[in-house]
Design a binder for this molecule. Structure first.
Ligand code: ZN
Length: 300
């Protein structure tokens, strides 16, 4: 039982609430929310018991739900990237006020803002894409943000990197070609990759898409460290620990060993030249993702 002031009876009355599923149309989309309806026991007048704020919140939240989002999630997305409202705003080129308003459910994101959140939900690495394409950032801001951003790389993929490096220190180009070789060879043989990385076309051959993210993550979390090569021309990646072999089945170990053995003592230039003959690299443009469908053309 709830108390409410009835304007027709001009007094406070006590009555029951009932839940009514009501349709609202927001930005052209239909959403359904449960409204609480209060009926005056004397005159039977019906009132929406929810406050205007509560009502709007529910309707907007239901709209966000259509896209796998919610007001709560908008905040979680930012927090999971380890960015303050200020830095998040800087990366996106939005005002801080905009972000505050969204996270406090004071307004509904317009479609273009919503799209950014949707893309970030689908792939957290999308933040690096935005970061890279934001030309208004100073170098200092760029690196400050890059250093802050927190994206998890899955455990098995980390261990692929460790496994390769346990067989010898590599420079960046060499490591990228090893990872590329491992995943495309695995896909060629078994229709599935070993790591969860995707690969993109770069001038020196295929690289892990968002390679900076990966390297940044591995160094920050102390999986690898960097040292200078003897002649000082390259930075070499050094594993800080042994790979956890329980991540892999025998087949995967065989594939990784094959690649490591074939690539042993090959310079960055040699590996780069070899990868330039790969149809998947030839057919794609700089920055484009190379589909695993090309794996059938790989010759290691
Ligand atoms: Zn009444």
């Amino acid at each position: 039982m709830e108390k409410m002031y009835c304007f027709y009876c001009d007094k406070e009355v006590v009555g029951n609430l009932r839940v009514e599923n009501t349709k609202y149309t927001i930005q052209g989309k239909d959403v359904y929310v449960d409204d609480h309806v209060f009926t005056c026991p004397n005159c039977k007048t019906e009132y929406n018991f929810d406050s205007v704020d509560e009502g709007l919140y529910k309707v907007y939240d239901a709209y966000l739900n259509l896209y796998g989002l919610s007001f709560k999630k908008l905040k979680e997305i930012r927090e999971s990237l380890n960015l303050s409202q200020e830095l998040f705003a800087t990366v996106l080129g939005w005002s801080k006020k905009t972000i505050t308003r969204y996270e406090n459910a004071e307004s509904l994101p317009q479609k273009e803002y919503l799209d950014t959140y949707i893309n970030l939900t689908r792939d957290k690495n999308y933040i690096y894409y935005i970061l890279k394409n934001n030309n208004s950032l100073t170098k200092k801001e760029y690196y400050k943000i890059l250093d802050k951003i927190n994206v998890d790389i899955d455990y098995k993929s980390i261990n692929v990197v460790l496994y390769i490096l346990n067989n010898g220190k590599l420079n960046r180009t060499q490591l990228m070609k090893h990872l590329f070789g491992v995943d495309f060879e695995s896909y060629k043989l078994n229709n599935v990759t070993i790591s969860s990385f995707r690969y993109a076309n770069a001038p020196f051959g295929p690289i892990v898409n968002n390679q900076d993210t990966l390297i940044n993550f591995l160094i920050k979390n102390d999986y690898i460290s960097v040292e200078s090569s003897k002649d000082d021309t390259f930075m070499l990646f050094v594993p800080s620990q042994k790979a956890d072999l329980s991540c892999f089945n025998d087949d995967e170990i065989l594939i990784m060993n094959k690649v490591v053995n074939k690539f042993k003592n090959k310079s960055a230039k040699e590996l780069s030249n070899w990868s330039h003959g790969f149809k998947g690299w030839i057919d794609t443009k700089n920055g484009e993702i190379i589909s695993f469908e090309y794996a059938k053309y790989l010759e290691i």
